[in-house]
Design a protein around this ligand. Structure first.
Ligand SMILES: Cc1ncc(COP(=O)(O)O)c(C=O)c1O
Length: 393
């Protein structure tokens, strides 16, 4: 059974705030914070570099976290790499692939800047980039990807769920289409990991990226890059911890995942992330998806009943609801929500300017849901937006 009161006890901040900014970052549950505290107070040391017991314990805990995450996403441990965030994961792929002038990349218009700018920059190296359009609800038709494919398409990079509209892309079909032509496929799962079931082996994408600090409930400064074939990219960073031998004339790079984790990683963060993913797993990902979807659909339909409010995105949405109050700046709406009821939402472009502009907007108010939100919080949001709307009626 989905025990919402018990879940909420693990997120003390929710006693005071109505936190609906989960697409930006989520709260971290007490057991994950405790796991980090335990690291600092009981066994803190560096990863992978010591014979002493603290170093061994740190390494074991860090690697346990990797196993937890790989198993949760159903992917190989060797292809599960810890990064700082989704942005770093994507840049590691953009830098790690060997590009040649004339190569072709397909992205969509409804990407977060993190999954757009690293690809647009490749134009400086003679790579051609096609940006496929989405419909006005933010859904990318797989057929559009198919149409954009060329003989020289090397990579298709699209989101799983848009952070602006909450629309869900058919990543299974998109992956199949990309592979049909021999292209690799990168899926930005920043808004889906921890919010809905994700099975990398079954979906078959070549690269899956996610931050640790959103649906996976980990701390900021954590991210994951999952690679189907770890040898398909070169490491972006070189340094300690990722080489087996070094001389002035040559060096031997370790196998993945060490190959991609040069330098001291965010050890406490990864340990906290591992514990947070256990929390998500034990809560039940299907139940989480169901819960968040019910809240988001209810929020979208109630907000749409307010005459001055326009809601964006599809009916069949993940836990993200973007809207505007006609005649009001989204930032003003967000400030009033906070000041009157301590409701925390995001406003503006959501780091996705082309996506927002593609539907003729200059920003939205965005409420986004996580496993701990309640229907009462949805009602508080709707009531307050309704009051705000009377200011411009
Ligand atoms: C769809 C999407 N991709 C990428 C990112 C970037 O995540 P991070 O800030 O962890 O790099 C975000 C963050 O909001 C996002 O929503």
């Amino acid at each position: 059974m989905y025990d919402l009161p018990a879940i909420r006890k693990d997120f003390p901040l929710l006693e005071e705030f109505i936190y609906l900014d989960n697409a930006a970052t989520t709260q971290t549950p007490v057991p994950a914070v405790k796991a980090m505290e335990e690291y600092f107070y009981k066994y803190a040391a560096n990863h992978g570099r010591g014979a002493h017991r603290l170093a061994r314990m740190t390494t074991d805990k860090y690697e346990d976290a990797r196993e937890t995450i790989a198993s949760f996403l159903n992917t190989d441990v060797t292809g599960t790499v810890f990064t700082r965030n989704a942005t770093e994961s994507i840049n590691m792929v953009a830098y790690g692939l060997q590009w040649h002038p004339g190569d072709h990349v397909i992205v969509s218009i409804v990407e977060h800047h993190s999954n757009l700018l690293p690809w647009l920059r490749l134009r400086d190296h003679g790579v051609e980039v096609t940006v496929v359009q989405a419909n006005e609800e933010g859904v990318v038709a797989p057929e559009q990807i198919d149409l954009a494919l060329k003989d020289n398409t090397r990579l298709v990079a699209v989101n799983h769920v848009t952070n602006v509209f909450g629309s869900i892309q058919d990543v299974r079909k998109i992956t199949r289409i990309g592979h049909k032509n021999g292209a690799q496929v990168l899926i930005d799962a920043s808004q889906s990991a921890g919010h809905m079931p994700l099975n990398i082996k079954e979906l078959g994408m070549d690269f899956l990226v996610t931050p640790g600090h959103k649906g996976l409930l980990g701390p900021q400064g954590t991210g994951v890059l999952c690679l189907r074939d770890p040898d398909s990219i070169e490491p972006m960073y070189l340094g300690g911890g990722m080489v087996s031998s070094v001389s002035i004339d040559s060096y031997q790079i370790e196998a993945s995942p060490a190959r991609f984790e040069a330098g001291t990683p965010n050890i406490p963060g990864v340990i906290g992330l591992g514990r947070a993913v256990e929390y998500v797993r034990d809560t039940g990902i299907e139940d989480i998806e169901k819960h968040e979807t019910i809240l988001a659909k209810k929020a979208a339909s109630l907000l749409a009943e307010i005459p001055q409010v326009q809601v964006y995105g599809p009916q069949n949405r993940a836990g993200v609801v973007s809207f505007n109050v006609r005649g009001m700046n989204p930032h003003d709406v967000a400030i009033i929500l906070d000041q009157t009821r301590k409701i925390c939402v995001r406003s503006g472009y959501h780091c996705a300017m082309p996506a927002i502009q593609s539907v003729g907007l200059k920003g939205t108010v965005r409420a986004s849901f996580a496993l701990y939100n309640t229907m009462e919080e949805v009602e508080a949001l709707v009531e307050t937006v309704s009051d705000i709307a009377t200011l411009v009626a």
